[in-house]
Design a protein around this ligand. Structure first.
Ligand SMILES: Nc1ncnc2c1ncn2[C@@H]1O[C@H](COP(=O)(O)OP(=O)(O)OP(=O)(O)O)[C@@H](O)[C@H]1O
Ligand SMILES: [Mg+2]
Length: 410
């Protein structure tokens, strides 16, 4: 070999050696980078509070997961949880998965489906039954993993434990249904209670008519007119009851706001209550009524005032007086029903607007009192944007006030 040729070969070898040194350096760098990124991935997997499962092949023969899923599944690190495995001793074959109550097979699982369908699958709600019998509910999303050429090489799934969330949803839904039922029952109780007022008024009118001298038809006719009014009232309560028992019931939406002449409203109410008052010889006195119209529901406002006046009679003194004082105050109508009856003790007074609360069981309306009248008064005042209050001293009479805006619809 000539000297010149040797020099060329030596130079070429030198260059090759340099190239190899560069490649070796690059390889070392890549390996280092790979090592760091693997470490990062592992740290991330360990820290993730949600379960991540991944396969090491495109057949899902072997699936394992991060510490979160290992804990959740009561596994040991490295356990194969694949449902597709042919290894009959693998934990995966001992797990049961259900969707909508149906037992799932390996090919129904999100990771297997992600590979078979070459797309992201889920979220799917899956109930998992562990070999220990423990059950939990997971929300799983599966996705295929592709190499740089786009070929599927494995798959991954994120599995979130939703057992607690579902339990809370169930508790919330049960509470909502119970509240709905309770409010329905309460409203049926309210409406049933309301039936008793017109019936009592009818009874009062019948008694009144029977007492009147036989040849004079006038009192009997006026009693019949009053009875007729109450019968209309009863039928409207009954239609309310049938609404309450129907599913779409929403009483609040059924309040019919209209312009009402205050004087007529009070007159009608007082007239209706006279039949109740005469038995105890109680006079109903109405002061000057402001000449105004108010915005409200006629039927409910009548109910509200009748309940207050009825109480002033039931709990009022025989031969006593019920006074109705009505004033305008800053855009509000304030109606006060004042009696000189048995009064209410300081302990009972804060509770009288509660449903079924009766302060004095012995002075109830002949055993008919159920303690709903004032709760209804409060409800009606409030749906009219108003308030209620009571002042009373035991054995010194009571003052019940309702106040609601003249114009505003609540
Ligand atoms: N004017 C009043 N004077 C004295 N006590 C009263 C008066 N109004 C109400 N109370 C007391 O408040 C309680 C609750 O009244 P509320 O009208 O809610 O029910 P109730 O009269 O017992 O029964 P009902 O459901 O038939 O009206 C009464 O049981 C009574 O003890
Ligand atoms: Mg009452």
């Amino acid at each position: 070999m000539k000297k010149q040729q040797l020099s060329i070969i030596s130079k070429a070898l030198h260059l090759k050696a340099k190239e190899l040194a560069i490649i070796a350096k690059e390889k070392g760098k890549i390996q280092q980078e790979l090592f760091v990124s693997n470490q990062r991935l592992e740290a991330l997997m360990n820290a993730l509070p949600v379960g991540v499962t991944f396969s090491t092949d495109a057949t899902c023969e072997h699936i394992t997961g991060n510490p979160a899923i290992i804990r959740q599944m009561e596994l040991k690190p490295g356990d194969n949880i694949s449902a597709s495995t042919h290894n009959k001793t693998a934990v995966g074959t001992k797990l049961r998965h259900y969707m909508n109550g149906r037992l799932m097979t390996a090919k129904d699982m999100p990771m297997q489906r992600a590979i078979a369908e070459n797309r992201e699958i889920g979220p799917m709600e899956i109930e998992v039954v562990l070999p220990s019998g423990k059950r939990w509910l997971m929300e799983a999303v599966g996705a295929p993993i592709r190499d740089s050429y786009g070929n599927i090489v494995a798959s991954v799934a994120v599995n979130i434990d939703i057992t607690e969330r579902k339990r809370l949803d169930l508790v919330k839904e049960t509470k909502r249904l119970l509240d709905e039922e309770r409010s329905k029952v309460e409203s049926i109780a309210d409406a049933t209670h309301e039936l008793r007022t017109p019936i009592a008024i009818i009874k009062g009118n019948v008694d009144l008519a029977l007492l009147s001298p036989g040849k004079n038809p006038k009192p009997a006719r006026s009693a019949l007119r009053a009875i007729n009014y109450e019968i209309k009232h009863i039928s409207s309560i009954l239609s309310e009851l049938s609404l309450i028992t129907s599913k779409a019931w929403e009483l609040k939406n059924r309040i019919l706001f209209e312009e009402l002449h205050l004087k007529s409203l009070i007159r009608v109410v007082v007239e209706r209550c006279k039949a109740l008052a005469y038995k105890k010889n109680i006079s109903i006195q109405t002061g000057k009524i402001p000449d105004t119209t108010v915005l409200g529901d006629k039927m409910y406002l009548e109910k509200m005032l009748i309940n207050l006046i009825k109480n002033s009679i039931i709990y009022g003194a025989t031969d006593g007086h019920t006074k109705i004082d009505i004033r305008k105050n800053n855009g509000y109508i304030v109606i006060r029903v004042i009696d000189d009856g048995i009064g209410i003790s300081a302990e009972d007074l804060p509770h009288v607007f509660e449903r079924f609360y009766r302060a004095d069981k012995f002075h109830s309306s002949g055993g008919n009192s159920i303690g709903l009248g004032l709760a209804i008064v409060k409800w009606i005042a409030e749906v009219h944007g108003g308030t209620v209050s009571a002042e009373s001293v035991k054995n010194k009479g009571s003052v019940f006030s309702v106040s609601f805006p003249i114009k505003t619809v609540a």
